[in-house]
Design a protein around this ligand. Structure first.
Ligand code: HMG
Length: 388
């Protein structure tokens, strides 16, 4: 059987954030509720000229620069914060990255889960066509109402994964455990910019889905619990990862080893929820922050999307994987960020006023190479600053 998986993966998050200490101060609550109770320190904030398209292109750029674009014939973009009800965001990304026109582009949705079926379908595709590659991108802006209980769990980010028959970073296992149920734990009707949610219920269903997906993974012949050195979880906030890790250990009948999830929580703690991208930022965080060589180690991954659909699957770390990580770029992206005050946060949080009949020009604020320059007669115009 052809080995398939992730040749390389990279993330991007915007250059501004609000510290949760600032948010706690504004609300007059103990900052320890956020730092310890929720396990979050910062929320990444996109500017008005940044969105899922610009973040997706930024996440993919280093991969395209290093591995080339010629073999990529499919772009799958997973998001739940789409910018158009019809046109796939991957088409804009395809154009910004200057990919070949003989390429299929789609967008996938199922809350925070859809990057995982995209990754699985991409693996199946390259098993059939080993000379082709698929760009799978997860990109989202997690935005909750101001002053709501979800406010501290906002964030934004994108992960790009080059999926191929040369899994130089991670081989994706062929066994999965899946679980779905029709529930209203978190959803966003078409006319809303922010989601409706039942926070406590959602956390309980997440944990239930973890156990159900794990059981299905075992029934399907998956690896045993003690074969895993690390676990990565969908992280709406980092404390959820701690809870999931404890819950899985208990249900699998094993003692908890906190270290199995610890490194995976580091990046998300200072980015916030990035919906579809969050599990894969946890995966990058696990690889980037490992003190030991992870070659040959098995990582268990749990993907959850409210509504709900979930999957437990595994990845095995490839030999010389370190040569394919973008650690320095990731550290720079995180270290070179600016904190905003509460008033600036509110300004960024509010939707820009768009003239539906004419032109709305956005000031050049994005740190990255790609930006939304204007919306002209309802058409989004993205630019590559280096091509100007
Ligand atoms: P809340 O009501 O603000 O917080 O909601 P709380 O009162 O439950 O407190 C949270 C924790 O902080 C508690 O700990 C408190 O004890 C502790 P826990 O009981 O959980 O162990 N705490 C403190 N700790 C230290 N010092 C203090 C202190 N005060 C309190 N002074 C909630 C929190 C997460 C529910 C809320 O933020 C929320 O609704 N978030 C959005 C929904 C969400 O993230 N759900 C997660 C599961 S569903 C999911 O992951 C899918 C999702 O990503 C969407 C998708 O799939 O598209 C959301």
């Amino acid at each position: 059987m052809t080995r398939t998986g992730i040749e390389a993966l990279s993330f991007y998050t915007p250059h501004r954030y609000i510290s949760l200490k600032t948010l706690a101060e504004h609300h007059g609550i103990d900052p320890a509720k956020f730092s310890n109770g929720i396990g979050q320190d910062m929320i990444a904030l996109p500017g008005h000229d940044e969105d899922i398209v610009t973040m997706a292109a930024e996440a993919a750029r280093p991969i395209i620069e290093k591995y080339g674009r010629d073999d990529i014939d499919t772009v799958m973009l997973a998001t739940e914060t789409g910018i158009d009800q019809s046109k796939a965001a991957s088409i804009y990304v395809h154009q910004l990255l200057n990919l070949q026109s003989n390429c299929r582009c789609v967008e996938l949705k199922q809350a925070c889960y859809s990057a995982t079926p995209a990754l699985q379908m991409a693996c199946s595709y390259v098993a059939r066509k080993p000379n082709k590659k698929v760009l799978v991108i997860a990109s989202d802006v997690a935005r909750y109402d101001l002053d709501s209980s979800g406010e501290a769990t906002q964030g934004a980010g994108a992960v790009a994964m080059l999926v191929s028959s040369q899994p130089k970073t991670l081989e994706i296992g062929t066994t999965s455990g899946v679980f779905s149920e029709d529930i209203m734990d978190f959803w966003r009707p078409n006319d809303r910019r922010t989601p409706l949610f039942d926070g406590k219920f959602s956390a309980l269903r997440y944990l239930n889905a973890l156990v159900e997906a794990w059981k299905d993974y075992q029934v399907n012949g998956g690896k045993s619990y003690d074969e895993f050195s690390h676990f990565c979880y969908h992280l709406p906030f980092s404390r959820m990862g701690d809870k999931a890790n404890r819950h899985l250990a208990k249900n699998a009948g094993h003692a908890l080893n906190k270290e199995t999830a610890e490194n995976g929580l580091l990046y998300n703690r200072i980015i916030g929820n990035s919906y579809t991208a969050s599990l894969y930022i946890a995966l990058i965080s696990t690889l980037d922050n490992a003190k030991d060589d992870l070659t040959g180690k098995s990582i268990g991954l749990f993907s959850y999307g409210s509504g709900a659909s979930a999957e437990f699957f595994d990845a095995t770390v490839s030999k010389n994987y370190q040569e394919h990580l973008f650690i320095n770029r990731h550290k720079d992206i995180l270290n070179e960020r600016t904190a905003v005050n509460y008033e600036e946060y509110k300004e960024l949080w509010n939707a820009p006023k768009v003239n539906p009949e004419g032109e709305t020009i956005f000031s050049d604020e994005a740190r990255g190479r790609y930006r939304l320059a204007k919306i002209d007669d309802n058409k989004r115009i993205y630019i590559d600053k280096q091509a100007q």
